[in-house]
Design a protein around this ligand. Sequence first.
Ligand code: AMP
Length: 484
Amino acid sequence: MNRTEWPITGCEQPLDRDGFGEKCAVVGVFGHPEAANLAYLSLYAMQHRGQEGSGIVSAHEGILLSHRGLGLVADVFPEHIIRQLKGSAAIGHNRYSTSGQTLLKNTQPFVVEYGRGGLAVAHNGNLVNALELREQLEASGSIFQSNVDTEVIIHLMANAKGDRTIDRVCAALARVRGAYSLVFLTPRELLAARDPYGFRPLVLGRIKDAWIVASETCALDLIGATYEREIEPGEVLCISASGLESLHPFPRQPRAACVFEYVYFARPDSKVFGRNVYEVRKELGRQLAREQPADADIVIPVPDSGVPAALGYAEESGLPFEMGLIRNHYVGRTFTEPRDSIRHFGVKVKLNAQADVLRGKRVVIVDDSIVRGTTSKKIVQMVRQAGATAVHMRISSPPTIASCFYGVDTPTTEELVASRLPVEEICRFITADSLGYLSEAGLYAFLRGQRGGFCDACFTGRYPVPVTDLGRKNQLWLFEVAEV
Ligand code: AMP
């Protein structure tokens, strides 16, 4: 159901899709006099992981200071707000929800006062048994403020035994399943945790004596922090005035790092799961050229996501690389289409085809993935209209056939064009002269033979962690009208 179709109260979203999944960014800073400012800059660097809302919580003189808002990082945090977020420790979050509920109360970090004082938490990933746990918690009297899975962790922590926060975090996480890269803040400590499968990235960095935890290394680069290491799958880390304490409290699991981080999601200048994303994407493009050559004159990317793969494709095929599509980088909001309908208006706001580059050329368009196929269709038509004599679509990943339940925004399986149609029919649907995807084996060519350790459920339908919440309803009973 589309958000705009929801009633004001009693709206519900069936969890037969990506539930209340989030593709988000998290950051934590400990031991720096400008902790909130560094968290802000880190969120700014990771804006691509979530644009709906953002929040920072800092720890100052025994209390937590919090500010959250809807919209882009730079809009949510004017300078006077950052100045008020005092203290030498902070955590932050950028949110992008798949459920579409862009509400302040669903914006993170969540902050609560529980029996042991102030606690804030921010989450990237998607729990697959949150609704089941929520039912159990509600049956024993818990009251929830939001309908985001992360809140379950807070309730489990409140119910857990143990004097130390790290023990309560371990006890709570022992009960949840799914994907999580988490940061927690109390007035005295910063904690970070990653699920035992290591679905989503999380890295540890350092500026002199200060520690930084972030989803991606591009955040470390911006604030001048050095990269120390990944937070390991299944690791729970506590950073306090006494130093670092690292626990591995959960049974070891096979690694299932999200391969889609490489294909599309992460920033190309980040090091993710120990590898530079740009290099991996270029290798995907080279492999694509080997598997899916085309009789063409030029290679063009769909910017920005298709650029590194198109460079790899061009390099391997020996065809010239051209920018046949130019992207407007300032597209931030939706537009009202002019009454005299302009062809492909929606896509044209973001991308423009250069007739002088494309006229009379046989063109290979490289993109990272096809989801519904609607954008790809418009792009093919735009390139043809600009004068291309043949349009060959090449995709640097296998067909996307299944929804993600671990934190990447994908529509329902039925809405994925590749789950309904074979490649030849998708080609016809997007009106290309030919369409070629990377093979499943080719996706891992960058590993040079050491296949394994990745989750590729979106391409294979093989889910490493079963989804308990499938079919349960994620209900939201209260909307604040001003937010709708
Ligand atoms: P479509 O032609 O409508 O299937 O859209 C394909 C475009 O969506 C490609 O350019 C992809 O880069 C982009 N894309 C793939 N996955 C996602 C995602 N999870 N969120 C937003 N865009 C995506």
